[in-house]
Design a protein. Sequence first.
Length: 533
Amino acid sequence: MKKRLLAGLMTASMLAMALTACGSAETQTASETEAAHDVSEVNVSEGDELADTITIARAGAVTSLDPVMVSYTNDIQIIELICEQLVTTNDEGTEIIPDLAESWDISEDGLTYTFHIIPDLKFSDGNPVTEEDWEFSIERAMTTEESPWAFAAANIASVEVPDTETVIITLKDVAANTLSNLSCFSISLQEKAQYDATSGYTEGDIWPIGTNSYAVSENVSDDHITLTANEYFHGDAPLTKEIVFKTVTDDNSRIMMLEAHEVDIVTDLPYSNMEEIDAEEGLISVGLPSTGNKYIVLNETSNDALAVKEVREALLYATDKQMIVDMVLFGYGEPAVSFMPANGLYYDDEIEAAEYDVEKAKELLAEGGYPDGFELEVLVPSGNSTYTSIATILKDLWSQIGVELTITSLDQAALYDQEYAMEHEMLFGSWSDDIADPSQLADYWFNFETSQGFFTGYENAEAQAIFEESQYETDETAREALYHQLQEIFYDDVVAINMYHQQITVAMSEDIQGYVETPLYAFRFDQLVKVSD
């Protein structure tokens, strides 16, 4: 579950005015904008001059490039440009494909995976990859218990590297998600000598040396990080020699820099600015598919009303998800039915959605013993205009059924303290997949020990048993059926309110081609180019 920096949207006062307005102006939808701009396409003609450098402005700074201990998306995206794993995902984030392993064999008992590695690999500093580098990289992921990504290597019993072209991994148990886990950035191949020389990426050039198409050449804290093409890369050289990631925290400043052509690409854009940018001559904005989900997390243990299923169901019927998508995402997303990403593995698109229905909500509240409504507090991080906007909408919507929603702003650290102590009544949850498998997300919801039902207090022994069975079921059809059961249980029990699936927002000069960002938020920039005037 990557931690993400959220772009600002609307102020509460602006939103309150919008809620009282009648009708809305017709605008181009996000899907129409995406269809109009295929930013991944590359049409470079002979004689076109390509820029040596592309500059990207992002909201967040690089804070750590340790693959095992990293937390934030901004950092993970850099790691995945400089390091590689045994396997990876396709650009759609839906299938496992070869990366450093050209192929692999699985033993009959399903416990031993033998990977056949690309021959003669070198790190970006020119040093050859050794057996010790492989052992170090995988064993560190296995043994670092405090890693946020410990799940990825938790089922590995041992690793053996008889030569530089063979890596043998033995599992503790048969697991259906083995290859997906091995695609996680935390199990990236790294040069052991660099880790040792920097005292574990804490002194000097505190970044890993990997084998991917780019390498870090400069990192100025809170300002920029520069990647240069890896001259020892085992594949075709990337089309752009240098990529500079500038840290520009202010949304308006990033946009102005794009308009002034001081940068070529901006990410982390407010949804409210997307149409305006796309209308400017020479600029393109687009919403890209993601595995990003947003939830209304209701704590059953801190408010008696929330422990009643009919009450949670009433809140579901009283929530106009389309309004939230239109007013907060400006169309760059879609209302959610399942707790799983709409473009993820085993998503069930046949669950019948509860339509917005105030009268139905009132009936359910009465059935649940709260005919006159009840009081409820939602915690939002201070300065997070996305969640403040959503809370403002819900306050208005839920007042129609007698639910009095109090919005309390806390700094992020204090909010986390209340969340982890299960002292909150309601807050907003966020998720995006790190691997091409739903097991990580399902673990958060149904393995109570992981996060107490994603901090809802929900515990269901039947659902947990189904999840555990899915971990070992290797038949794809049977495993899909198990995940469909989990999605149905979740929706029927209203474990939380699945709010929306969001898109990735990005804008760029029309001279940019080959921009690929997977739904898992990974950059694929080998074909990224800027056609110079």
